[in-house]
Design a protein around this ligand. Structure first.
Ligand code: TTP
Ligand code: MG
Length: 389
């Protein structure tokens, strides 16, 4: 049976939520991210409304550059609590159409509707209804791609943003992919793209037609990419929990080499990630440290633990160990981030024997959480992490 895979991606997600909740922001360039501080701010843009994109503002751009391009914009700090709530509602909408959902990020998911589409009037009608239901439950628009593979569905959802719906039939799959730039293939990084372009391969069609010899140096990866270009993408929609990772990062006011400030920030970041995991009823096995040095050079270092955790002290210990093993030379640090991935429900047992001290940890975390609930997050800090993040 022809597979029917849907990719849904919310439009300007954080910004659209802010515009929904404050109608005076509708039609305006809204930029969500770090405080711009009149152009001297040092963080980055999370996202921005389509009105702001006309000024060239983009996700991940330094906020100072956004300010230069669009000083008249409305700049807002992100409110993750609100965004996570909307994300939950969207998932609720999807569940009305299929249980086969793979949440890729807070605002993006794959749905396999192969077996359920007939219940809703066929694949195209199902997509229309998904869009309508998302709108009804959240007041937000999304863009949808319907295709026989994940790769094509993802590309399709991006083509007619915002509020788009693009359908790719199996018979038209090769023709759909062929003219597109190779960078549209998720997982094909800038380095691989550079190698391919140097060999005159710029479109997915050219990649599909490449001789294996032209893909040398790319190893098995090269042949996999060529298979994708040929429309061969057997990847399934894998139901794997609602969130893939939880992360937080900070950009320092000034680049810093101050060991105490760095340590304090890492502990505070670990604490924040721990809180968000626990709020979401999650724990995870892999801790990733992100370090951006002066000049924007960015590195990540990760470690996977034997057992999952959501405890702040455990995440902090792993993070500090990763930082200690990182050689930043004489450079100063611009940004630090902590991420926990490899998530599972917090109450899922992994071992018959709880980790040493886990009872005590659980009690300590609960005590801190109840104090924070009553008196606010800043009312209590973890030792070594006295910092507001
Ligand atoms: P995206 O889906 O990449 O962006 P978007 O939904 O804002 O806009 P589009 O219409 O192009 O899909 O990301 C979803 C949310 O994730 C986004 O609203 C904010 C957040 N985000 C960041 O915080 N930092 C980033 O660098 C990116 C790309 C996204
Ligand atoms: Mg989006």
């Amino acid at each position: 049976m022809e597979r029917r895979i849907v990719h849904v991606d919310m439009d300007a997600f954080f910004a659209a939520i802010e515009q929904r909740d404050d109608p005076s922001l509708k039609g305006k360039p809204v930029i969500i991210g770090a405080d711009p501080k009149g152009g001297r701010g040092r963080g980055v843009v999370s996202t921005c409304s389509y009105e702001a994109r006309k000024f060239g503002v983009r996700s991940a751009m330094p906020i100072s550059e956004a300010w230069r391009r669009c000083p008249q914009g409305v700049y807002l700090a992100p409110d993750f609590h609100k965004y996570e709530e909307a994300s939950g509602k969207i998932r609720g909408a999807f569940l009305e159409f299929t249980p086969d959902i793979e949440q890729v990020s807070i605002d993006e998911a794959f749905l396999d509707i192969t077996r359920s589409a007939h219940l809703f009037g066929g694949p195209l009608e199902t997509c229309r209804r998904i869009k309508a239901r998302v709108k009804e439950l959240t007041g937000l628009t999304c863009s949808v791609g319907l295709a026989p593979t994940k790769l094509a569905a993802k590309i399709a959802s991006d083509l007619k943003k915002p509020d788009g719906l693009v359908v790719v039939e199996a018979a038209g799959l090769r023709n759909f992919l062929s003219p597109l730039d190779i960078s549209k293939i998720g997982g094909l990084g800038p380095k691989t793209a550079e190698v391919l372009r140097a060999r005159g391969i710029n479109t997915i069609g050219e990649l599909a037609a490449a001789e294996p010899d032209e893909l040398r140096g790319l190893g098995a990866h090269g042949l996999e990419l060529r298979a994708l270009a040929l429309g061969e993408d057997p990847r399934e929609v894998r139901e794997d929990g609602e969130t893939k990772s939880v992360s937080n990062e900070i950009t320092f006011e000034r680049d810093t080499a101050d060991a105490a400030e760095i340590k304090e920030s890492l502990v505070a970041l670990a604490d924040k990630v721990s809180s968000r995991l626990r709020e979401g009823g999650l724990k995870g096995r892999t801790v990733t440290l992100k370090i951006r040095l002066e000049g924007f050079e960015t590195y990540t270092r990760a470690r996977t633990m034997g057992l999952s955790t959501n405890y702040a002290d455990v995440i902090a210990k792993e993070t500090l160990a990763l930082y200690a093993a990182f050689d930043k030379g004489r450079k100063k640090v611009r940004l630090l981030g902590v991420k926990v991935s490899g998530l599972m429900p917090a109450d899922e047992p992994e071992s018959l024997f709880p980790g040493e001290g886990d009872d005590r940890r659980e009690r300590a975390h609960k005590a801190i959480e109840s104090i924070r609930e009553k008196f606010g997050r800043g009312s209590i800090y973890r030792a070594g992490g006295k910092k507001d993040i």
